[in-house]
Design a binder for this molecule. Structure first.
Ligand SMILES: Nc1ncnc2c1ncn2[C@@H]1O[C@H](COP(=O)(O)OP(=O)(O)OP(=O)(O)O)[C@@H](O)[C@H]1O
Ligand SMILES: [Mg+2]
Length: 356
């Protein structure tokens, strides 16, 4: 069931189209991550959903009701900000109960609801503490509890983890995902961290310049990006320029080298120029004589750069025809040195033709 339905939403600031004709659905209990570069319109989209900004055009439905013109405090949403926006002079308990008091929830219910929240965010026994006696991660969980205690239908989070250090970020994102799933709440989570989006989301909306470029599961976003922007923004890819021949299912690199491609791995090209994209982890490499006969595609190359990262090693090789190629080695599999002459090879089942 769709909990949130957005149709043709537009919001401009002067000449800037911050949200440009955006439409999508979020299912009940789903975690949607909005991912995109700085300034692409993530916060503006979230603010129009929460009602703090009114759209120029388009509609927003929540749980079957049109809320496009409904005031923020009357919408079934709660918003969690990057800086938590907690009240420093109030205790943890007082921060969490704040919204319930302003909504005149009977006193008898308040304690039970706050205690339940303290349990959910694993801050039992800390209700009496003041905010500055908490770690950053704990403060973020208070902000989450303060939002959840209002029983919103849609929880909106704007880069809630960006003030935390790397290790705490990973811990806290796991906690938020666990809480979101156990409460079963529909959630929109804004981030510009791709790892955060890939690990937390049921689906990801990749945004650029006010538009949603792709809306899909994390796996599809990573393995089946629909255009160059998504493939370049999420993870690492090799891109080879050239021209595509649909009849022959071949792609001719600018150097003249012809490679075989899988016709089913061609994204809609529209007006865009075709570009061949392949993830580094799909490329295999070995000494020239050792390449299996069955390999559909191969490029002779020389190792130019070796970056050892512990569990894996990143290589940049330069092909004899001038294409830089990035690939990965794991453990003692695919280990080379700078200057080694190798061949890089791959099956036709991997790699994609995308629109640029
Ligand atoms: N109140 C405003 N007045 C004028 N322009 C604005 C306003 N708010 C946002 N913008 C512009 O709208 C565009 C989208 O901004 P927005 O804050 O939504 O981006 P964002 O994706 O959240 O970026 P970030 O990742 O940096 O938070 C930007 O070009 C921004 O400069
Ligand atoms: Mg923002």
């Amino acid at each position: 069931m769709s909990m949130l339905t957005v149709r043709n939403l537009c919001k401009s600031f002067g000449e800037t189209k911050a949200v440009d004709n955006v439409s999508f659905d979020v299912q009940d209990g789903e975690m949607l991550c909005l991912l995109g570069p700085s300034g692409c319109g993530k916060t503006t989209l979230l603010m129009t959903l929460s009602g703090f900004l009114s759209p120029d055009d388009g509609t927003i439905e929540m749980d079957g009701s049109d809320v496009t013109k409904v005031a923020p405090e009357k919408r079934p949403t709660s918003l969690v900000f990057q800086n938590y926006a907690l009240f420093p002079h109030l205790t943890v308990f007082e921060n969490i109960e704040f919204g319930l008091r302003t909504h005149r929830v009977p006193r008898s219910q308040i304690k039970d609801r706050v205690d339940q929240m303290l349990h959910i965010v694993e801050l039992e026994g800390k209700g009496g503490r003041s905010i500055h006696q908490l770690s950053g991660g704990q403060q973020q969980r208070v902000a989450l509890a303060r939002a959840l205690v209002m029983k919103p239908k849609v929880l909106l989070l704007d880069e809630p983890l960006s003030n935390l250090d790397a290790k705490l970020r990973v811990e806290t994102r796991q906690q938020i995902r666990q809480i979101q799933q156990s409460v079963g709440i529909t959630c929109i989570f804004v981030t510009h961290d791709q790892e955060e989006a890939l690990t937390m989301a049921d689906r990801i909306a990749v945004m650029n310049r006010g538009k949603i470029i792709q809306f899909a599961s994390p796996r599809d976003i990573y393995y089946a990006p629909t255009n160059h922007f998504v493939a370049d923004f999420i993870g690492k890819s090799n891109f080879f320029e050239g021209s595509y021949d649909a009849d022959r299912s071949t792609y001719t690199l600018n150097s003249g080298k012809v490679i075989e491609v899988d016709g089913s791995h061609v994204a809609p090209l529209g007006e865009g120029k075709p570009i061949f994209a392949i993830r580094p982890e799909f490329l295999k490499a070995c000494k020239a004589k050792e390449v299996p006969q069955s390999a559909a595609n191969r490029l002779a190359a020389t190792i130019a750069q070796v970056t050892f990262l512990g569990e894996l090693t990143l290589y940049v090789a330069m092909s004899d025809t001038g294409e830089p190629i990035r690939f990965t080695g794991y453990g003692d599999w695919q280990q080379f040195h700078e200057g080694d002459t190798i061949e890089v090879y791959w099956d036709r089942s991997v790699g994609q033709i995308l629109a640029r």
